[in-house]
Design a protein. Structure first.
Length: 366
């Protein structure tokens, strides 16, 4: 097997392995939840690919393309943040979005959607732009349309691919989704009993460039798709966090607009940014399935929450990956290559402390 990072075949993750909080040797998870008001999830942080699907990978897939297809900088930052901040609990998806994207609504027919995506990719041809709208929970291509999967010929072979993906998902991704939702319910139960605050934070990163066939992460995204210099905070609203005039019925903000603006100010201070536009709201992303599902769940208990003096909200943070990685690593990725960059542990620690500062300040402002 070429030099890719693979999860050994048969690996089944547990909720304990993917749940992180401060001082686990001294505190139980129950104690951590009692002291926390923020649940952080990283739906796209996994880069290592389960060995079960290695047979379906493109023979030209490199480690750089593998890692670029994940929100690779998020797991280490969030894990470190959880180590230093007793006010958060974090859950980290160990599987890559290739298995299935938990920030998309889970298809009623996973197999059918994957088959439809495969058919569209085949029709478009390798490296060609393809519209996967509605069937992109499992993507056979990356965002630069690199064919990450080698689609087999014949119905029986495709059946085998689809079934393998469905079964493998339950070993990691399914554990992540169940753990995330179970933790949410435990926070809600606490809030309905004692009142207070609870925020669901879906934590992401994206580069403002995509890859060439030679592995250089250097193709500029369209202006409308580019992130600000540090982070976009999203609540499904407009550039001020207010409800969009074009929003569909029921698509209300997932976080109070005033508090979202306070959170943005806290991030500007916490990350010591000099340019206010380095932190923007709902630009270019509105926020996706994780915060939508959280909002809808919170609405189900809104009457009980009001009676209990409990506020539950959700927000998506999409950090610019170039900012998280730092200028040296970002410059290295601009060049052709097959390897990913080495992690800068000092920078990870700095970013984790900045996250803590930002949320500590937000708590003082809300």
């Amino acid at each position: 097997m070429r030099d890719l990072d693979l999860i050994p075949a048969g690996t089944v993750f547990t909720a304990t392995q993917i749940t992180h909080y401060a001082l686990p040797s001294e505190r139980t998870l129950e104690q951590a939840i009692a002291e926390a008001d923020l649940l952080v999830s990283t739906p796209h942080s996994g880069a290592a690919i389960p060995a079960e699907i290695a047979e379906f990978l493109s023979p030209t897939l490199t480690k750089r393309l593998q890692y670029d297809y994940s929100d690779v900088a998020t797991a280490s930052v969030v894990r470190r943040w959880a180590e230093i901040d007793p006010r958060i609990v974090a859950v980290i998806n160990p599987h890559p979005r290739l298995i299935r994207d938990p920030n998309r609504a889970k298809p009623a027919d996973v197999s059918g959607d994957l088959r439809a995506a495969i058919a569209r990719v085949r029709e478009a041809g390798p490296w060609q732009s393809v519209d996967l709208s509605g069937v992109d929970a499992i993507r056979p291509v990356t965002f630069s349309f690199f064919p990450i999967l080698e689609i087999p010929e014949g119905d029986a072979a495709v059946d085998h691919l689809v079934q393998t993906f469905v079964e493998t998902a339950e070993q990691g991704l399914g554990v992540y989704e169940r753990t995330r939702d179970e933790l949410t319910e435990r926070f809600l139960a606490k809030g309905l009993e004692h009142g207070g605050w609870f925020t669901r934070l879906s934590f992401h990163d994206t580069m403002n460039t995509t890859t060439t066939r030679e592995g250089a992460v250097s193709v500029a995204r369209a202006e409308k798709d580019r992130l600000p210099e540090v982070v976009a905070l999203s609540n499904r609203g407009d550039a001020n966090g207010e409800k969009r005039s074009t929003a569909e019925p029921g698509d209300s903000p997932t976080m109070n607009p005033v508090r979202l603006r306070l959170l943005a100010e806290a991030h500007r201070d916490g990350f010591d940014v000099q340019n206010d536009n380095a932190v923007q709201l709902n630009q270019p992303y509105l926020g996706s399935q994780e915060i939508i599902a959280a909002r809808d769940r919170f609405l189900q208990i809104s009457d009980e929450a009001d009676a209990a003096g409990f506020v539950a909200e959700a927000v998506q943070a999409e950090f610019l990956r170039e900012f998280l990685l730092g200028p040296a690593a970002s410059a290295e990725l601009q060049l052709p290559g097959t390897e990913w960059v080495s992690e800068d542990f000092a920078r990870v620690d700095m970013l984790a402390h900045a996250c803590k500062r930002a949320w500590d300040e937000y708590r003082s402002l809300r």
